[in-house]
Design a binder for this molecule. Sequence first.
Ligand code: UN1
Length: 527
Amino acid sequence: MALDTQVMAQARKALAKAPRKENKSSRRATVKTYHNFIAGEWVPSAGGETFENVNPADTHDVIGRFPLSTREDANAAVNAAQEAFAHWKHTPAPRRAELLFRLGEILIRDKETLAADMTREMGKVLKEAGGDVQEAIDCTYYTAGEGRRLHGFTTPAEMPNKFAMCVRQPVGLCGLITPWHFPMAIPSWKLIPALVCGNTVVIKPAEDTPLSTYNLVKACEEAGIPPGVVNLVTGSGETVGAALTNHPGVRLISFTGSTETGRLVASSCADRNAICSLEMGGKNAIMVMDDADIDLAIEGALWGAFGTSGQRCTASSRLIVHKKVYKRFSSKLVERTEALRMGNGADPKTDVGPVINGDAVKKIMEYIGIGQKEDGATLACGGKRLTRGDYANGFFIEPTVFTDVTPDMRIAQEEIFGPVTSVIPASSLEEAVEIANGVRYGLSASIYTQDVNRAFHAMNEMYTGIFYVNSSTIGAEVHLPFGGTKATGNGHREAGTQVLDIFSEWKSIYVDYSGKLQRAQIDQVEI
Ligand code: UN1
């Protein structure tokens, strides 16, 4: 804790040094231009074009220009990764892991500047940006440990003097398409297991947050990961993402993002039979029973609904509350929500930062309108975009609570991905579970109750990839599998050791040392 506080104080100092007061044109003149990383070289896009990365709390603060890459850039990165594969896959896994442990040390050393960069480009409050970097560090250490495990297994063979075993082999070249809401943690969830398993990668980060992934790749370079093993190509999903997804040399695509884009990725992968791992939307519910510790449930709801401004796949966007405590819960929740301080995530007093960009504002405000007009729910607090004073140049939306929400309303069914939550009354545990399961997603869910029977019933009945008891729906840890059911995913899990099943393929090996032909699948085997 003490270390963390110190790190955060340093991060605030680093942010204070960032250009903030100059006028718009002088700021632009000093904006740094970043490059792609291909075959161990930092290179501009072949097309020469760039796009701007801006601070969502203050769009006059331009953080950098990044390559608006072309298909040719993506292809060059794929070629580099293909060339590097032969050497990297033959590097013993414990040696690969040594480089990854070094990467972890660099991330620890630079945590404060990495967190400051992240807050500046993504908007999440500094404490959470530090948590995002920490998640990357934890993932790196945990997964690098697999370099000395990557366990396979042995098993008896059907015939005498025959040995059977199973080993993991790398899949080859992996395309990693990553989102903006966890701009270092999620790339690390994909990158580190891919590397420890012996694959080479091309990463395409979200256009809104290329700097955090650039920082991660820069740290890989410093750690001594050989040229071509990790390649970075920034730009649009339509161009770079599609080029990777359709490239015959890319054996695997790992994607985190919207369900709509995930479907497109999946169908392109299906066309050419590439491995595809998808992590997509959520509509996660906290169930609050009548015996719950209400104050604790309120804390969990605030953290789950408004942490990261509600921009997590795991966000608590539905609060299903037993009718007996519904009024008490709702009024306390509204009171506490109204007290949340909005602002620039770099300010330590801020509870809720901006949302990511103008499109997000538009979508979220549309949903707030739908909640009021189409759905007819009660807007209990929030609901406005803030545009004056300190908020004038940012994407700030008030934390918003809808009450009297019914399960079929659009705001209770569709992923909003912003600081908006819906309180839905329920008459019983069974009804709460039915409502909680009654959406197309299945990522995370939680229950607040003091009753162990209710907790286990809900745990058993919820068809989600993650479940919490007396805790919010967010905050999954890196050594447990992460992912969801239904429209949330396609059956894979990241994190934990389960992620190894994405980034390696099983090879079954039979060794016959009998010195004669022994035929399997033939009746009357002689023993
Ligand atoms: C996500 O929102 O896609 O469990 C990732 C959590 C974080 C990761 C969220 N550890 O909330």
